[in-house]
Design a protein around this ligand. Structure first.
Ligand code: SF4
Length: 291
């Protein structure tokens, strides 16, 4: 990999996904346990809301692989059932209840799609480099409209996105930046498609807004490298990578290794993020992190 200078010294590019950069920004300790510590500490049990997200993403991927006449709402529902991930649920009854709600949700979403307007790509790996980053990631869907690429990101969490969420998302901006460079086609529009509510929020990036997001990503990468170097030089782990306790600690896969995180929020059942979907009369859980 190319060697570049951050501070006068030759360095390797920082290889990362937007998820990795976000992990460092959210909580340096969680980042350390995920990306630096080897062997990595064991994570908690799988989450039902993650299973829901994977099931829906896989079903929509396969929907676009179908021949055009089979791209129907009914087929979308069938594919959710075929792709259903059975981990993290309270029991088979809850899994089946949410599966059927997810099938109906995807059928509604597919009904609003034009089966003839196949995307440029689905689940597409994109990659590019900057002076600091070797960036890569997977785009849920890459549309081509009026000669330009559009980044589409599916959301299945409880909370619908707000108006500014597409504009402020570093991940979406980095995907657009990487897709434009890699495919040599303009890509400025980014969209969040929230399936439970049907809400779509969009943003149109400019050269400057993309450059701003890239600069911010590079700055996070520089901080992550400096923290890893501090640790390697003998700094205490909690100084190099301090915990950042907050509301997300209840949803953290690594909280069992983190006293501050356990004190910051209650332990949640693995299905807490989908209880609102499981039973109309069920008790609503706190919203899980955006997914
Ligand atoms: S529980 Fe909270 S503070 Fe601890 S590692 Fe996870 S996110 Fe960070």
């Amino acid at each position: 990999m190319a060697q570049l200078s951050l501070d006068g010294m030759p360095r390797r590019l920082f290889s990362c996904t937007p998820t990795r950069l976000a992990a460092f920004e959210d909580c340096p300790r969680r980042y350390r346990m995920t990306y630096v510590d080897r062997p990595a500490p064991p994570k908690g049990p799988p989450w039902a809301h993650a299973s829901l997200g994977v099931s829906v993403h896989n079903a929509l991927h396969r929907w676009w692989d179908e021949p055009e006449p089979r791209r129907t709402p009914e087929r979308a529902a069938e594919l959710v059932r075929a792709c259903w991930v059975r981990e993290g649920w309270r029991d088979a009854e809850q899994s089946a209840a949410v599966r059927e709600r997810a099938a109906a949700m995807c059928a509604r979403y597919a009904a609003g799609l034009d089966p003839a307007a196949a995307p440029r790509a689905v689940e597409r790996q994109v990659a590019t480099r900057t002076e600091v980053l070797a960036l890569h990631g997977r785009v849920d869907r890459l549309d081509e409209r009026a000669g330009e690429l559009v980044v589409v990101d599916y959301k299945t969490g409880r909370r619908p996105p707000e108006d500014g969420d597409a504009r402020t998302s570093v991940a979406l901006a980095l995907y657009a930046f990487a897709a434009e460079r890699m495919l040599r086609q303009r890509c400025r529009r980014v969209e969040l498609h929230h399936l439970p509510s049907g809400r779509v929020v969009t943003a149109e990036h400019t050269d400057e807004s993309l450059a701003r997001h890239v600069r911010r990503a590079e700055s996070v990468a520089v901080d992550a490298v400096a923290a890893a170097e501090g640790l390697a030089a003998g700094q205490p782990a909690d100084v190099a990578f301090p915990p950042r306790p907050g509301p997300l600690c209840s949803w953290c896969d690594l909280r069992r290794h983190c006293p501050e995180g356990r004190a910051a929020g209650p332990e949640l059942a693995p299905w807490a993020g989908v209880e609102y979907l499981a039973e109309a009369s069920g008790e609503a859980a706190a919203p899980p992190p955006a997914s």
